[in-house]
Design a protein around this ligand. Structure first.
Ligand code: IPE
Ligand code: IPE
Ligand code: MG
Length: 260
């Protein structure tokens, strides 16, 4: 269900902080990182997990409240079976290894995406981690696994349809409330490493007014310094949400100006 504390950027102008409250990242370039070193692609994925650790730490230090990481898309099943299988095993192993540390650091862990194709051992590890960390508050860490933006919107619509007998039409609020990330504000900052400039079916609905940052850095090389560059770039942007620059300049206190 929706967390009513957060408004939709298209229904009302959200209040903003200097530090992005929610950062969403497409962690791309593991395979190329490995190839450059004449290593198998999977070596890049293993190093990618270390980069994840560094960015979690940096997010906490910078005061980011929500960190959402794209780990496996609904289209990544198209990869060679051995790579898919390695990624699933890596996910299980990393969860087992890291979950107590996440908990000690007061991090709330969630997975978004369709779990129906996962092995039962992975589903159990995810559920255990979500349960253990359910009351943590310092950082909302969300991993998107077998996630697709279109899957997310379709599942939301289908849940609404299943509930509604005498349909009067579906509103924007109804869909937002059913999406996987209804617990979080919309991303302020989107980062994609690896040089590609596309969304690859990540958070389609939620990225409506997100600021984009693309970098050629390959994910295993993306460290706290690179993360700070993305935040610095974010801080230079003027987020207008459809309004004019003049309107923003005239607003006496844009922080308290919630309505369009
Ligand atoms: C991102 O790195 C990780 C996943 C999609 C699982 P890639 O594996 O896509 O790396 P490149 O893009 O081939 O370099
Ligand atoms: C996007 O990366 C998905 C993840 C990082 C999990 P891909 O490497 O799969 O994206 P495309 O295929 O280049 O668009
Ligand atoms: Mg890639």
């Amino acid at each position: 269900m929706a967390d009513q504390a957060f408004t939709s950027s298209t229904l009302a102008v959200p209040s903003l902080n200097k530090v992005p409250q929610h950062v969403a990242i497409i962690m791309d370039g593991n395979g190329r990182w490995a190839r450059k070193r004449f290593l198998p692609r999977i070596a890049g994925h293993s190093r990618g997990v270390e980069a994840v650790r560094g960015i979690i730490r940096a997010s906490i230090e910078r005061g980011v409240g929500y960190l959402t990481l794209f780990a496996f898309s609904s289209e990544n099943w198209r990869r060679p079976a051995e790579e898919v299988s390695f990624l699933m095993q890596l996910f299980i192993k990393s969860l087992q290894k890291e979950v107590s540390r996440l908990h000690e650091n007061n991090i709330r862990f969630r997975v978004i995406g369709d779990r129906s194709r996962f092995e039962p051992i992975l589903v159990k590890a995810i559920e255990a981690a979500e349960e253990l960390t359910a009351s943590n508050t310092r950082l909302h860490l969300t991993v998107a696994a077998n996630y697709g933006g279109r899957w997310d919107v379709l599942s939301a619509v289908n849940r609404i349809l299943a509930r509604q007998a005498g349909m009067e039409g579906i509103s924007e609020e109804m869909i937002s409330a059913e999406l996987s990330m209804s617990f979080a504000p919309e991303p302020d900052l989107f980062i994609r490493t690896g040089g590609e400039k596309r969304i690859s079916n990540f958070l389609l609905w939620q990225l409506a007014y997100t600021e984009f940052f693309f970098t050629d850095a390959l994910w295993p090389d993306f460290d706290a310094k690179a993360f700070d560059q993305a935040i610095a770039s974010y801080q230079e942007r003027e987020r207008r949400f459809g309004r004019t620059s003049e309107q923003l300049a005239n607003a006496t206190d844009s922080k308290t100006e919630h309505h369009a």
